[in-house]
Design a protein around this ligand. Sequence first.
Ligand SMILES: CSC[C@@H](O)[C@@H](O)C(=O)COP(=O)(O)O
Length: 422
Amino acid sequence: MTAIQPADPTAPSVPPKMMTSLRVEDDSIHVVNQLLLPHEIQWDACESVEDAYDAIKSMRIRGAPAIASLAALTISLLLSQRLKSPKADLIPATSASAYSLPQLATSSALGEWVNSVVDHLQSSRPTAVNLSEAMNRIRSTLKAYTGDSAEELAKQLIETCQAVHANDLERNKQMSKLGADWLFERRAKDGKKKLKVMTVCNTGSLATSGYGTALGVITNLFETGRLERAYYTQSTPYHQGSRLTSLELSTLGIPSCMICDTMVGSLFQHQDIDAVIVGADRVVKNGDTANKIGTYQAAALAKLHGIPFMVIAPVTTLDMNISHGKDIHIEQRPPIEATLARGVVVSPTSDLTTPSDNSTAPTKPPQAVVQITPNAIGKGDNLIYNPSFDVTPAKLITCVVTEVGVAENAGDKEEIDLSKVI
Ligand SMILES: CSC[C@@H](O)[C@@H](O)C(=O)COP(=O)(O)O
């Protein structure tokens, strides 16, 4: 994957109003490197299956809908390039690819290539069902094709791949409005005019094709004058909250407050929080929901404090093939990731009592990854537990909101009936 810098490297990296994780043009895809955000905007070209796999696995792009989009759009890009140049060598000679697309000789040869590519991309991150759902849609197109024209099959596959990305923005706006109205109606009955809500991880336009899921609801509340403040957890060890949600909220001008993951209970004791609003990586048949690690404890505390707990997820995040949350495959991230923190270097001699402002610095501030634990941690008997997600049982969830509607859990039931919102 090659990186391109903004045109003027001395210009401050001012993000556009609505952030985006993908820049898609006719003959190229670029991914904003989320590991470098919020301090640097670097767009990496995604030119091969390996580039896409790498970007997803290394979390340069993350968020359930966004990784599905990148995987599908990469397949679409390679197929389009092949249709335009039937005989060309599509992969630069410098980067040998085990997944370079052969010439379109027969539909069955193309089918073999597609099957190996979707299997590979799907294995990059196992918990977010959006990626498997997108790869399954591609498999279905392949299965349904009965002709023998490789070109025709390629065109159908391109259509399927592009649809994965295309509908995301609109449905995010729909479910955001549904979720915001549902919540406001309930809180307005108690005389509330402006709401304080809390979220976990990053679920905004960086995690989706735009607007976001849980962050979409927060944005809708803000845009309609119904939000007092959005609280968000740092979401360690990857800091999706402190690096990305912070950036999105401040860019949109949404009043916010960051808390450490350990402060959720204290927040609920000291602030009148109207709802916890989260996204999801997989909602299974009984309503159990896998989402960023830390979601479950927020749900348990919300229940203790009588605070509604809302899950906002597109239909593509609902997995009706798994009955119970205990069967969700939870991704374990490499232990070392929990020992590290990344950010811009702050001089030890500088004033650490106020946040530094490097936005007008003439050159990009250097970034560094630092180790926060002793060397022994992660070795021998000094273990590290680092699951990327946890599962919140349906009985702790007040409602699941999709673009189709709101499925409520009326009365602490063990299951939520999702049949009307799918
Ligand atoms: C639309 S976002 C829903 C989830 O994908 C989000 O909450 C989340 O857990 C992301 O995890 P990540 O590990 O950053 O990909």
